[in-house]
Design a binder for this molecule. Structure first.
Ligand code: GTP
Ligand code: SPV
Ligand code: MN
Length: 603
């Protein structure tokens, strides 16, 4: 711990020193904690949170050094309608973002942050997104009044003293966060402070600043993740010629030991964590994880596309995670893990829906209520999450921290589509692949506040995360590909594990069986597997997809691989009206691809 007098010792960064002083003057905290990122600091903060009722230590013989946190019922997920991109003009934010005038927004925020940390500690968290010495990495500093955020950032990023050494007097993104609940006159704290009436998740893309107020949960509060590594980084990437994407990164190795890296963009709670560390059902094949949520990608000197994971931890969806669905995740979270909004068992461990076939007889649920299997309430919130270090994953890739990144051979787009979209298809080239990404739709999940299961357009799985005009983002993807040697570009695929039959049953078993689709993709990249050209792209021929031992019904397979011309014609109409909103920002390349698809569906 440091007092504020030691600020000159703490950092040589003039801008950082200025900013910390300004923040203290504005927020009027009770004290200041300059984080060093040590284990001791982590433990001390956990002790504080235990005292405050924020954290419950789990049974150390079951889950060593692990904790349960429970939020309030009104602070459980990202709040997209309270997320703002405050570029100079509304046009720069584009039609898919909430925009607000930057000067107006600054005034609003200054008012909110004034005195917002009274009675609390102001923490300074220096963090690095990406391996400490990678040329692809970038630094941020978060100021927060939430010790939960400090401990989470310690797991999710490279955090602490070392980052300040690397930073020197260089550039960092200031990430300003307050839960928005000052404590006046020795007012007693609550276990999960927040300000549900006044949530603001704000980005100033031109000045590369983040201000977040009122929420302590996930992407609203761990500002390195969505706010920095996606919204602000997407703007940096556009300006500097790289890509910041909502993608997992994984290595996939065939029985002969040949390995390819794959990146995949699926919307929130659509299967990235599961795919990224999957245990393939196909004998001899192996998956190794580099990242489960975000990829930063740039061309290397050899002309290939390289990716790093800017994160150091998983912030994964707990419900549905089991030894059966994701054994590697279960093994990752056996220790040193923070659980949020899961249920507590009588023996001091955690439980959530889908973790075991039989629920325990008795639990305390995420709402702190007594729970039994016939309770009306959920045991865990559907967006309950675990926060755990990537290095604990049994299948972490040996190159997961490689400073140059890993070379990407294939990019996948996918989402939840109960109809229309087939199990897998291959795009014809980069331009077409960009169009496939741009026209992605998916049914909404509990990862964001609002209705679940509603089909919406989610281009590149970036709808909530693109920091500028989405039309310009499409153009960036197109020009990015044009600059490259086409023979070195990753091939682009579409996948859909979520197709249902008329009775609402999954047509595809998913999870470990998805390795069959990955195998086809692997072999397509090597020009080995067969494909049939259709109007929408190249689909597997029946024999090219390895379905041995799966017992998939003939009719189910037919539906999974069908291209229903009428449904697709309708789909192109949805795409067309969706794209219209981008007006002059919609690149010619996307229009050309849409028209070509319409033509192919006609003939
Ligand atoms: P974020 O962390 O929110 O960005 O999401 P994510 O894409 O990492 O989501 P995750 O992998 O945690 O997916 C969560 C949900 O998808 C759970 O409900 C899983 O059970 C479900 N899921 C994952 N893979 C499959 C699959 O292959 N088939 C089916 N039917 N469900 C799946
Ligand atoms: C997502 O919603 O896509 C997440 C979780 O990965 S959060 O960090 O809360 O955004
Ligand atoms: Mn995500």
């Amino acid at each position: 711990m440091h007092a504020i007098d030691s600020l000159d010792e703490y950092t040589q960064n003039d801008h950082l020193k200025e900013w910390i002083k300004e923040a203290i003057a504005l927020c009027q905290p009770k004290d200041v904690w300059l984080c060093d990122g040590s284990e001791r600091e982590y433990k001390e903060l956990c002790q504080r949170m235990i005292k405050n009722g924020t954290m419950i230590p789990l049974n150390p013989s079951k889950r060593p050094n692990s904790y349960l946190c429970r939020s309030t019922a009104d602070d459980v997920s990202r709040v997209e309608d309270r997320t703002f991109i405050c570029s100079k003009t509304k046009e720069e934010a584009g039609p898919t973002n909430n925009w607000s005038d930057p000067d107006e927004m600054r005034k609003t925020l200054l008012k909110l942050f004034k005195g917002s940390m009274q009675g609390r500690t102001l923490f300074v968290i220096p963090f690095c997104m990406g391996p400490l010495h990678s040329p692809l990495s970038h630094i941020g500093v978060q100021i927060t009044d939430s010790p939960y955020v400090v401990c989470s950032m310690k797991i999710m990023t490279r955090m602490g003293k070392e980052v300040l050494n690397v930073l020197g007097n260089g550039f960092f993104v200031p990430c300003f966060h307050s839960v928005g609940m000052p404590l006046h006159n020795n007012q007693k704290d609550v276990p999960w402070p927040s300000n549900p009436q006044n949530k603001y998740i704000v980005h100033f893309p031109e000045t590369r600043e983040i201000w977040s107020y009122g929420s302590g949960y996930g992407g609203n509060a761990l500002l390195g993740k969505k706010c920095y590594a996606l919204r602000i980084a997407s703007c940096m990437a556009r300006d500097e010629g790289w890509l910041a994407e909502h993608m997992l990164i994984m290595g996939f190795t065939n029985p002969q030991g040949q390995k390819k890296y794959i990146a995949a963009a699926f919307p929130s709670a659509c299967g990235k964590t599961n795919l990224a560390m999957m245990t393939p059902s196909l004998p001899g094949w192996k998956v190794e994880v580099v990242g489960d949520d975000i990829a930063w990608m740039k061309f290397g000197e050899d002309g290939h596309l390289y990716a790093i994971n800017p994160e150091a931890g998983f912030f994964g969806v707990a419900p549905g995670t089991s030894a059966n669905s994701n054994l590697n995740a279960m093994q990752t979270i056996t220790k040193n893990t923070i659980f949020t909004n899961v249920a507590l068992t009588d023996d001091g461990d955690v439980w959530w829906e889908g973790m075991t076939p039989q629920p325990p007889e008795h639990l305390i649920n995420w709402l702190r209520h007594e729970w039994s299997p016939n309770s009306q309430e959920k045991a865990a919130h559907p967006n309950a999450r675990f926060t755990a270090p990537i290095k604990q994953c049994p299948v972490v890739d040996p190159d997961w921290e490689s400073p140059r990144g890993v070379p990407i051979s294939a990019i996948l787009f996918g989402g939840r589509r109960s109809t229309v979209a087939p199990l897998v298809y291959e795009s014809f080239n980069w331009e077409h692949g960009t169009f496939v990404g741009a026209s992605l739709s998916s049914e909404t999940t509990a990862a964001a506040a609002g209705q679940v299961g509603k089909l919406r357009h989610d281009p590149f799985a970036m709808l909530p995360f693109c920091g500028y005009n989405m039309g310009d983002y499409f153009a960036h993807w197109l020009s990015f590909g044009r600059k490259a040697d086409p023979s070195k570009l990753p091939k682009i695929y579409y996948v859909n594990w979520f197709r249902k039959d008329a009775q609402g049953k999954w047509l595809w078993p998913g999870y470990k069986e998805n390795s069959r689709v990955l195998k086809w993709i692997f072999e397509r990249v090597d020009n080995k597997a067969a494909a049939e050209k259709t109007a929408i792209g190249n689909l597997p021929t029946k024999d090219s997809l390895d379905l041995q031992g799966l017992n998939l019904e003939e009719n189910d397979l037919k539906q999974l691989l069908e291209v229903d011309r009428e449904a697709w014609q309708q789909e192109t109409q949805y795409m067309s009206s969706y794209f219209q909103q981008f007006g002059p920002h919609l690149p010619e390349g996307i229009k050309t691809e849409l028209n070509a698809l319409i033509e192919r569906l006609r003939s």
